[in-house]
Design a protein around this ligand. Structure first.
Ligand code: AAL
Length: 425
């Protein structure tokens, strides 16, 4: 009996031994690649005729445009300067300026438009009513400012007021952007019928309305209708069309916009709608959404295509992307400290160009300032960068940004995280 048991165990062992021998014989092995080491010093500028890792394939075949960030025209740092000329009531939260449009130059003057809120109290996220804003962009109007140098601005006052109830925009008009088309000026903006927190809202729901003027100084005549509407029920942009951002391409008006899909956290993406008429109808692109990340929209003509600043949210946040056709975007650069809600100065935004020159500055905002003290509001700053084919500023091409340790510790662990870590010790 003992003998039989012994032979059974040995047989099993033998079989399993042979099996693993066979398995290892069948396992695909990486063939040894015999080639010279990748060179030092004389690093090939063109794709060398050799097998490359995926990382180096990407360098030569992708959209990075070179081996180092310095040779990538779509890589830049962003440098910030406070703006002169705006009064924020001592930053008590009753005045907010945010969501800068792109900047345009008319004769020798720069113009931009923005969300302007001036309310008796700062926003109350849970208690908005007819006079108390529930969000920073609630109960707002579109204002504008001008400048000769882009640093010091003069606030010119209101451009687009809220409409009469119940028209879109009666509750608030916000987040404008500008189009110059066939000699006229058009402002596109979020036209609210309701604000988050109000009964029946799914979030920051709104469509887009527009106004037209013969001069950047107005007067502005509203379209009195929705020009870019939410998608049908069940579609990705059914509730939200934010940050309408017009450009002219192929003789047509291209409006890029942000939509918010469901999910927790929400998935934000950007779509494109095209029309030959500024007041529409706009046809949404069948490949929408065309950008899978980001928050506010900011694009500019670059070479034959368009480039996009993609910040804040999503898998591809903190990137600058490029699409030769304005539709199929690829990551062209990975960067950091990107402007929030950028409104770049885009000299060739409406020139129909296929030789886009890029951007070197714009405006952006800092949001939720003073929130912890109940004084939540936003204010503007200027950013400078080198995303221009006509600028060559090596100081904007630094990938190693040295931040003070305080900035890192400010993003320290929460008490709950510390507890979890202690428990798993
Ligand atoms: C911004 C923009 C839109 C949103 C809100 C005001 O950053 O995306 O304008 O509705 O926040």
């Amino acid at each position: 009996m003992k003998k039989t048991l012994f032979s059974m165990v040995s047989l099993t062992l033998l079989i399993s031994c042979n099996q693993s021998k066979e398995e290892s014989q069948n396992k695909p092995t990486t063939p040894e690649i015999v080639q010279e080491d990748f060179p030092y010093g004389n690093v090939p500028r063109e794709k060398p005729d050799r097998k490359l890792s995926a990382a180096f394939e990407r360098i030569y075949d992708g959209t990075y445009g070179g081996l180092e960030v310095t040779s990538n025209e779509l890589f830049s740092n962003f440098k910030y300067t406070p703006l002169e000329g705006f009064d924020y009531h001592g930053h008590d939260g009753t005045v907010s300026r945010r969501d800068a449009s792109k900047v345009i130059k008319v004769d020798d003057t720069y113009y931009f438009w923005y969300t302007h809120r001036e309310t008796s109290v700062p926003p109350d996220e849970n208690g908005g009513n007819d006079t108390i804003p529930s969000r920073d962009w609630d109960l707002s109007e579109i204002w504008y400012a001008t400048s000769k140098d882009g640093f010091t601005w003069k606030e010119q006052g209101v451009a687009v007021t809220r409409t009469e109830k119940p028209n879109p925009g009666w509750r608030s008009v916000s987040t404008p952007d500008i189009l110059v088309y066939k000699g006229k000026y058009y402002l596109y903006y979020q036209a609210y019928l309701n604000m988050p927190g109000a009964p029946g809202t799914k979030g920051d729901d709104c469509p887009v309305a527009a106004s037209v003027a013969n001069s950047p100084n107005g007067p502005w005549t509203p379209s009195n209708k929705i020009v870019l509407d939410n998608g049908p029920e069940g579609s990705w942009d059914q509730y939200v069309i934010h940050d309408p951002y017009p450009l002219v391409r192929d003789g047509k008006i291209y409006i890029y916009y942000k939509g918010e899909m469901g999910g927790n956290p929400k998935v934000r993406a950007q779509g494109l709608a095209i029309s030959e008429n500024p007041f529409g109808p706009f046809k949404k692109h069948p490949l929408n959404p065309v950008i899978n990340s980001g928050h506010e929209t900011a694009l500019f003509p670059f070479k034959e295509g368009l480039a996009a600043l993609v910040s804040r949210h999503g898998l591809e946040h903190n990137t600058i992307q490029y699409a030769p056709d304005g539709v199929n975007f690829e990551v062209a650069a990975i960067t950091g400290l990107m402007p929030i809600a950028p409104g770049p100065y885009v000299p060739d935004a409406f020139t129909n160009t296929k030789d886009g020159r890029g951007i070197s500055w714009g405006l952006c905002h800092f949001r939720n300032v003073g929130k912890a003290e109940g004084k939540s509001h936003s204010y503007f700053a200027r950013f400078d960068c080198d995303l221009s084919l006509d600028v060559d500023d090596p100081l904007m091409k630094e990938s190693d940004i040295l931040n003070h340790p305080d900035i890192y510790f400010k993003f320290g662990l929460t008490d709950e995280q510390r507890k979890r870590i202690n428990q798993t010790k």
